[in-house]
Write a protein that binds this ligand. Structure first.
Ligand code: ADP
Ligand code: MG
Length: 291
C-alpha cells in the first residue's frame, strides 16, 4: 500500500469521529468551551468506578428516550446491557461517547473526567472506544493494513506516550492479531473476510488504540454460532485488561460472558444482577413477553 493511501485512510477514519450532523464539534476536534485533553490525563479509578452515569435525561422532540438513567461500571468489568428495541441502549452509548448531549445528568469517566465537557474526538482520545453495529473496516486494505491504519489514526497524545518505539507498535500489532484470531489472515484483503472476522478486525482496530473502556453495540448480530462462541472467548479474554459495556440480544452469548446484566426499558434501568436473577424478574419477563 502506498503511503498516500494510508494517509487518505487515516483522514477518513478521523472524519468518521469528527463530523457531526449537529455541528457540535469543530473540524479540529476542539470546541470552544470544552475542556482540553491533556497529554498526561489518566483515568482516576480510585473510587472503584471507570464509568459513572447519574440521573441522565434525554429527549428527542419531546419524546423521553432516556429517563433518570444511572449506571456504574467498575474497572475491568464486563457489563452486559439488554432490553427491548427502543429501550435506549444505543442512545446511552451515544451519550457516553459525546455523540448525543443529555438534557441533564452527570456522566463521568473515572472520578475526575466530566465527559459532558469533552467533544466526541476528545472522548475517543481519552480512551473510550466504540464498536458500532455494522462492521466498518476498509475492505480494499489487508487485515494488517487496517490495524496499522488504526494505530496511525490514533497517533495523538496517548499513542505517542504509550508507544515509545516502532518495535513496540509492531509487538502490539502482533498481540492484537493473536487476540482476534486473525494471524493466518494477516495479508488477506478485509473485504474477503467472513462477517464475523470483519467484526473481530474492527474490534482489533479499537484494541490498537488501547482503550480503557470499550462500548460494543450488538457485536454478534449476524454471526454464526461458532463465530459467536469465539467472540465470547475473545470478550472474556479482554475483561480485566479493559472495561467493557456490551449491548446484545443473543441470550446464549450473554449467558457465556456475563457477570452483571443491566436491563434497560423505556430509557431507564428496569433490573440489574446476575442473568438468572434478572430473567426470573417478573417485570423483565413482562417486557420480554415471548422472547
Ligand atoms: P435501542 O438501541 O435500545 O433499540 P435507541 O437508543 O436506538 O434504542 O432508541 C431509543 C428511542 O429513542 C427510540 O424510540 C428511538 O426511536 C429514539 N431515538 C433514538 N435516537 C433518536 C434521534 N436521533 N432522534 C429521534 N429519536 C431518536
Ligand atoms: Mg440499538
Amino acid at each position: 500500500m502506498t503511503p498516500d493511501l494510508l494517509e487518505a485512510g487515516a483522514q477518513r477514519l478521523q472524519a468518521r469521529v469528527q463530523v457531526q450532523p449537529s455541528g457540535q464539534t469543530a473540524a479540529g476536534g476542539q470546541t470552544a468551551g470544552f475542556a482540553r485533553v491533556r497529554n498526561s490525563q489518566e483515568v482516576d479509578v480510585t473510587h472503584g468506578r471507570i464509568l459513572y452515569l447519574e440521573d441522565v435525561n434525554v429527549s428527542f422532540d419531546g419524546f423521553k428516550a432516556i429517563k433518570h438513567l444511572s449506571l456504574d461500571i467498575a474497572p475491568g468489568e464486563l457489563r452486559c446491557i439488554i432490553g427491548p428495541n427502543g429501550a435506549g441502549k444505543t442512545t446511552m452509548m451515544d451519550i457516553i461517547t459525546g455523540k448525543t448531549r443529555p438534557d441533564s445528568g452527570t456522566v463521568f469517566f473515572g472520578s475526575t473526567i466530566d465527559l459532558l465537557r469533552h467533544s466526541e474526538p476528545e472522548i475517543a482520545q481519552l480512551g473510550i472506544g466504540r464498536k458500532f453495529q455494522k462492521p466498518t473496516v476498509f475492505e480494499q486494505l489487508t487485515v494488517y493494513e487496517n490495524l496499522e491504519l488504526a494505530l496511525k489514526t490514533h497517533k495523538g497524545v496517548r499513542a505517542s506516550v504509550f508507544f515509545k518505539r516502532t518495535s513496540e507498535q509492531a509487538d502490539r500489532l502482533i498481540e492484537v492479531l493473536h487476540t482476534i484470531h486473525l494471524e493466518s489472515s494477516l495479508n488477506r484483503q478485509a473485504g474477503l473476510l467472513s462477517h464475523g472476522q470483519k467484526q473481530w478486525l474492527e474490534i482489533g482496530m479499537l484494541l490498537m488504540q488501547d482503550p480503557k473502556l470499550l462500548l460494543l453495540d450488538e457485536p454478534v448480530a449476524g454471526m454464526t454460532d461458532q463465530e459467536t462462541e469465539r467472540t465470547a472467548e475473545l470478550f472474556l479474554s479482554l475483561k480485566g485488561k479493559h472495561s467493557l459495556v456490551v449491548v446484545e440480544h443473543d441470550m446464549a452469548f450473554i449467558k457465556a460472558i456475563s457477570d452483571t446484566v443491566t436491563v434497560l426499558c423505556e430509557g431507564a434501568v428496569l433490573a440489574q444482577g446476575p442473568l438468572a436473577q434478572v430473567q426470573a424478574d417478573e417485570r423483565v419477563i413482562e417486557v420480554y413477553l415471548g422472547r
